[in-house]
Design a protein around this ligand. Sequence first.
Ligand code: ADP
Ligand code: MG
Length: 354
Amino acid sequence: MAKEKKGVILDHISKIYQDPKTGKDFYAVKDTSLEIEPGSFVTLLGPSGCGKTTTLRMIAGFESPDEGEIYLGGEPINALTPNKRDTAMVFQSYALLPHYNIFDNVAYGLKLRKMDKELIKEKVTNILKLVGLEGMEARMTNQLSGGQQQRVALARALVIEPGVLLFDEPLSNLDAKLRVNMRTEIRRIQQEAGITAIYVTHDQSEAMAISDKIIIMDQGVVAQMGTPQEIYYHPVNEFVADFIGEANFLKGKVVAENEVEIEGHKVKLGDLGNRKVNDDCTLVLRPEAAIVADEGQLPCVVTLSCFMGSYQNYHVKVGDTLVKITDFNPKNKKVYEVGDKAFVKFDSESVHVI
Ligand code: ADP
Ligand code: MG
């Protein structure tokens, strides 16, 4: 449906703001370079204040970068005002016109462009079909549910056929169940429309569920960009590992090729990269990648054992280190109780070393 799928490049982008409290300048976004492929769904993910909205607003043209250049479809766009950029934005607040009906809300951008009436009707009808609001043209937007309003906002952005669609936490005002439904809808619509999408959220499960690639931001810089699997299984640092999913961090020291000592116990591992004997390292062990067993790599004492239905939730101590373990489908397994001595058992391939 889009005229042309466009890629986005940020080339050493920075944005400096003044802290209102101290009056000092700081980087809200610092020296960020990244490439977003045409037609892909990319999510900016990170904690509140890390610079997601600022990055998105610079792409949309509501803010200008203090350093660097932004390219859209290969063209530098820093000098262009928002309406001259081939982007459209969907906001958390929907930003609908309250005294207009659905049709007029969606048609608004096309009327501004002085498009022919018949063509406007055709385009609006098609888009409303795509977002599931067919036949609701005459409804006033202030009579709609949150989910319906969000669909109107999405239709309004899509109808102008932008090269890139931008979303800033578009589902934050919806209840949990609707949020899950709408994110699937947004992904379907993006794929059907064949449009490039850049999506901001602080919700890691939302990011995992809808993205081709996730960009994790930390204090104004990109901590990591990759597919959900790359980010989950190969986080570059503890911040990323902790932000996406749950993680145990085991501090160790390399004692031989493919061998690390943790809390006084030697553990064989896979490839340790460039690490040499005596180097410090941290093992990232996901709770679902380990089980509690009678034999295993690390002796432990159980400090919490809790039946959760689909899994047994354990906390165990390996020396001074707390390890959280989710042992799935415990129905026919031995269950360990608090105080039991056991072992943490895992597949060496499931451990990521940072
Ligand atoms: P996020 O969307 O990731 O929560 P933002 O991009 O909105 O973060 O903000 C990044 C940082 O920049 C925050 O510290 C925020 O307080 C600050 N900030 C955002 N906009 C302005 C502004 N107009 N003036 C000063 N500081 C700002
Ligand atoms: Mg924000």
